[in-house]
Design a protein around this ligand. Structure first.
Ligand code: PBG
Length: 320
């Protein structure tokens, strides 16, 4: 035998040398949840190790995140029902918890890149990512709300805005609003191929943001489609997106690879709440080695072509 591939696997040093993909803390964006109140940290039941923090506690927790060298966080707000309405007005109200949180984090940890979430659902009494009219999610009127939200977040200090709503034309609309207000340096990470997925369940528990009726299939993508992801990505690229994201990650590695092979801007992948919950639940039962499964999953996401990984494992990985 002339070719013996096992020669390159025979020792840890050779394996390290020929390793093609190495995940580092630099790749991560750590999603975090902020809620009202003082001195509060409540664990999300379906996401062991992940907490919703009041702002004071979040700022404390960020000291460790910062020390661990995690370069970026994605922040999501949990709102009480009485702050929600049809038009998500709380999303762009001066002095709202979310905007205050962005400003406070930026002030205390200026080197952490803050990615904000641009979508109506945490603020919507309908639990949808767009304005609901007669049972339909309407597109163009929603863009106006998204523009106000993105601008308010940029003003508060967000470095990257992340439209996660899947409305048509939102990247271009937001880019124009930001540029006209002078925020030409605020980046856009487009949730380009965001699928209508069952893997978001634990996240909706964390934020109480499940749709009050129906599902999100008229705006999020059908899990069966990959060519459609190219259509979405082409639009987002043309509209000025700085990053293209695929979400979820593990069941969509082919989509990550497709975008990676077709676009020369960084590809991101969102290793979502349900993917985290599955590993944690199995590990708690002793059915999987949680740490090894985490490393293997993150490596696979990067190998598929994601340079940036949004993951609830960021801190655990950084602590290894
Ligand atoms: C909604 C949004 C969702 C997530 C991020 N932003 C859920 C949804 O579309 O219902 C999910 C993240 C996760 O599951 O970790 N704009």
């Amino acid at each position: 035998m002339l070719r013996r591939p096992r020669r390159n696997r025979q020792s840890a040093s050779i394996r390290a040398m020929v390793e093609e993909t190495t995940v580092t803390v630099n790749d991560f964006i750590y999603p975090m949840f902020v809620m009202e109140g003082n001195n509060l940290a409540t664990e999300v039941k379906s996401m062991p190790g992940i907490f919703r923090y009041s702002l004071d506690k979040l700022l404390e927790e960020l000291a460790q995140v910062s020390d661990l060298g995690i370069p970026s966080i994605a922040l999501f707000p949990q709102l009480p029902e009485e702050k929600k309405d049809k038009y998500a007005t709380e999303s762009h109200r001066t002095g709202s918890l979310y905007l205050e949180a962005i400003a406070a984090i930026k002030h205390k940890y200026p080197h952490i890149a803050i990615m904000s979430d641009v979508a109506m659902d945490p603020y919507s009494s309908d639990g949808h990512d767009g304005i609901v009219e007669n049972g339909t999610i309407i597109n163009d009127e929603t863009l106006v709300v998204l523009g106000k939200m993105a601008l308010a977040q940029a003003q508060a200090g967000a470095d990257i805005v992340g439209p996660s709503d899947m409305m048509d034309g939102r990247v271009g609309y937001i880019r124009q609003v930001l540029d006209e207000a002078g925020y030409t340096n605020v980046a856009i990470m487009a949730y380009s191929a965001k699928y209508a997925s069952a893997f978001y369940g634990p996240f909706r528990d964390a934020l109480d943001s499940a749709p009050k009726f129906g599902d999100k299939k008229t705006y999020q993508m059908n899990p069966a489609n990959v060519r459609e992801a190219l259509v979405e990505a082409e639009l987002d690229y043309a509209e000025g997106a700085d990053f293209l994201m695929v979400k979820p990650a593990l069941a969509y590695l082919d989509v990550i690879k497709t975008l990676h092979d077709n676009f020369n801007i960084p590809i991101a992948a969102y290793n979502v709440s349900g993917e985290y919950a599955m590993v944690k639940a199995a590990a708690q039962h002793g059915w999987l080695d949680g740490t090894k499964t985490m490393i293997e999953s993150l490596t696979a996401i990067k190998r598929a072509g994601a340079k940036v990984i949004l993951t609830y494992f960021a801190k655990e990985f950084a602590l290894l």
